[in-house]
Each structure stands twice: as C-alpha cells, then as structure tokens.
Design a protein around this ligand. Structure first.
Ligand code: ATP
Ligand code: MG
Length: 377
C-alpha cells in the first residue's frame, strides 16, 4: 500500500497542511519542535484509527480548536484507491471514520486494512521498558493481522475491569458465586489471547532471525521467549491453555482476594528478549538494544506484509539521531528496499547526494506547515 497524499486540519501544530507524497521515500526535514513527528502521527492515526502516541483523541486536536481532520488517498498493492478520512468533533466527543465516503461502524474492521510499521524513539521502551511495553508491541502486530484479536482484546480488557471491580468491592470477602461467571469469561477470552500470542511468537521467530542476520554483520542470535502467567509449550492447544488458566485461578484465589486484583491472564504476560541466550534487558549495550529494535520492526514489516497480503508503509521517526553514519546508511538502504517510507530528521546528512524527484520527495517542515525546498534554503 502507498499513501498518495494527506491533508491535515487542526491536527497538533498543523493548522492546515497538505502533502503530495512520493511513491518511495518521503523525508520530513526540519528543526526541533516544528511538526515532523506530528505529521507521522497523523498518518499512523489514519491507518490505526487512533494515535500510537496519545491515548485520548482530544490530545491530538490543535489547542483552541474543537475538531481535527485527516484526509488521505491510499492505494493498495493491487492499485485500488481508498479515500480515507477521520474527523473528530470535540463538542460531540465524536470520531467519524469514512472509507470512500462510507462510514465505518466498527473501527476494529479498519485495523490491518492499511498496515503500518512505526519505528520511533518511544519504541525504545519495547526492549528497555516494562512488560506492558512489550505487550503493546505484540498486540499491535497481531491486531493488524487479526481482527478477531482486536475484538477479543477489547472484550478481555472489559472483563478484567469488571472482575477487578468485584474484587475491590469485596475487600477480601468471599466472592465465589459472584465471580464465577467472570472467571469463565476471563478464561474464554484470556486463553484465546494467550493462544494467539504463543502462535504469533512461534511464527515470528524466523522473521526476527532473518532480519537480524540481514542488518547485523556479526553472528548474534536473537530470541523472543514467551513468559505468560501460566505455563505453555510451543504447541499448547486452546483447551490446554484454558485448563491451565482455570487451575492457576483456583490456586491464586486467596492472593486475588488479598490484592484485590486479577493475577492470572494475558494482561500479566511477559516476553523475554535475548541475544545469544543473554537477556537483552539486563545485559545488552545501547547499540545492541537499538539493533534489536530495528530488527524487530523490519521483521514486523515482513510479517505484516505476508499476513495482511498488503505492503505496510514504514514510518521512521528520528531514527538516525542515535545511530552512527555507517548504521544510519545501512538502515536507510534496508528501509528503502521495503516499500514506501516516511522519515523525519533534523539533518539531511545521511541523504547526502541523494536525488529528489517524483518518487523521492523532501519536505521542509517549519512551524506546522510545509515550506518548500527553495524557500527553506
Ligand atoms: N495539540 C496540540 N496543539 C497544538 N500544538 C501542539 C499540540 N501537540 C503538540 N503541539 C506542538 O507541536 C510541536 C512538536 O511537534 P513535533 O513533535 O512534531 O516536532 P518535531 O518536528 O518532530 O520535533 P523534534 O525534531 O524535536 O522531534 C510542539 O511545538 C508542540 O507544542
Ligand atoms: Mg519529532
């Protein structure tokens, strides 16, 4: 898929910005705080129906405004055109998503239609941060390749909230009869999520191994190990996972009453990243973290490309600032070979000598607008 153009209105610091994108490489160049990341956020918002950075829609709306809009023409690999528009009205607290003029009723049906891979400084938390950051990562990948997963996850979150409310209200008192139906639901949806995550990590292993070899010269073997709150094997069935959850819930009953929270289920999952058998989180150097992350994202690209039957767009936010010139050039050449890419940067250095044309475009961003090359020079 490719993004032909985008029209932003009242989105962050973009009052009204129009882009006509190049089919391959798009570089958003500009000083700090000018609106480069905001433009990428708008593109990912369109693909994912929400912000990858902010949790509330109103956050991305320009201050002092009461609406925002992003409108774009997307072209699928087969050449089909989609006019996609998302509009938010703050007075009505209403977000509307339309594709070719038809309103989308369930946003979950959009996720995965226009696959997107984002590599940004925020992603550093995937390898450095807490389990929740790693869960967010795999959730976004699986969600883009499975609509059922999106719906199961939403339902599961609702169930955990309800179940926690019962445990909190009970203040340690016996809850067996009240909580029984919620246990059943927790197991039903929780086991599906664990099953899918387990399956995903098995499928993903060769992708990460291959991309790691492609972008790193020396031999380091990356691994992602699934560590859920129950024990699973590579080939655990849905039934086995459900049974394990049931057993663990019975075992944790007293602890749950005491801590007044749900202790079993995919919301407690962890994923352990390692290189040559050594934990990344605890022992890896900065460069190894970064390389692992880049490999993870490129692997995500290939995984989604195959699963969605559609080439994702690749958004690279400020990736060169942490890499030396050699690695930057290498990453750029890998990224350019993938599909349509969007890169924000404060310095043109890594593009030194590159030709700019219809396919490879450069945009200077200043104070929330695109000023063209000539003007900025
Ligand atoms: N909701 C909003 N309304 C208006 N302005 C906003 C809003 N949210 C963020 N901004 C402004 O957007 C600017 C930051 O834009 P952005 O993050 O895109 O910068 P950038 O060009 O990526 O800079 P850097 O190179 O530092 O990453 C800030 O000046 C910030 O005040
Ligand atoms: Mg930025």
């Amino acid at each position: 898929m490719k993004i032909s153009n985008a029209h932003l209105r009242s989105f962050r610091n973009h009052y009204e910005t129009a882009f006509e994108f190049g089919a391959r490489v798009n570089v958003l160049l500009g000083e700090n705080g000018q609106g480069k990341t905001n433009a990428l956020e708008a593109l990912s918002f369109l693909c994912l129906t929400k912000s990858f950075y902010a949790s509330a829609d109103a956050t991305v709306m320009q201050q002092q405004q009461s609406f925002f809009e992003i409108k774009s023409v997307l072209v699928s690999d087969e050449g089909k055109e989609f006019v996609v528009r998302v509009a938010y009205d703050d007075n009505k607290k209403n977000k509307k998503f339309t594709i070719n003029g038809a309103e989308v009723e369930r946003f979950s049906t959009v996720i995965g239609m226009f696959p997107v891979v984002i590599l940004s400084p925020e992603n550093n938390s995937i390898t450095f941060g807490s389990p929740v950051d790693r869960r967010k990562f795999i959730d976004l990948v699986i969600s883009q390749s499975s609509k059922a997963y999106v719906e199961d996850s939403m339902e599961y979150r609702r169930i955990v909230r309800q179940r926690n409310a019962i445990l909190t209200e009970a203040k340690g008192r016996e809850t067996s009869s009240e909580i029984a139906p919620w246990n059943e639901m927790l197991i039903k949806y929780g086991s599906r999520i664990i099953f899918k995550r387990n399956k995903f990590l098995n499928e993903f292993a060769p992708y990460i191994a291959r991309t790691y070899l492609d972008i790193v010269d020396e031999r380091e073997t990356p691994k992602i190990e699934y560590a859920p709150s129950i024990s699973v094997n590579d080939d655990s069935t849905l039934e086995q996972i459900a049974e394990a959850m049931e057993r663990k819930l019975a075992k944790k009953k007293n602890d749950e009453a005491r801590f007044q929270t749900t202790l079993v289920g995919p919301h407690r999952d962890e994923m352990i990243f390692s290189l040559n058998g050594t934990s990344l989180k605890h022992f890896a150097s900065q460069g190894q973290h970064k390389t692992f992350l880049v490999a993870l994202k490129v692997a995500e690209f290939f995984y989604l490309k195959e699963r969605c039957n559609e080439t994702p767009v690749f958004l690279l936010d400020d990736v060169f600032s942490e890499l030396d010139e050699h690695r930057s050039k290498k990453l750029l050449s890998v990224a350019e070979s993938l599909g349509q890419i969007f890169i924000t940067t404060t310095s043109e250095k890594v593009f030194g000598g590159a030709e700019w044309n219809q396919e490879r475009r450069k945009f200077f961003i200043h104070n929330g607008t695109v000023v063209n090359e000539e003007q900025a020079a």
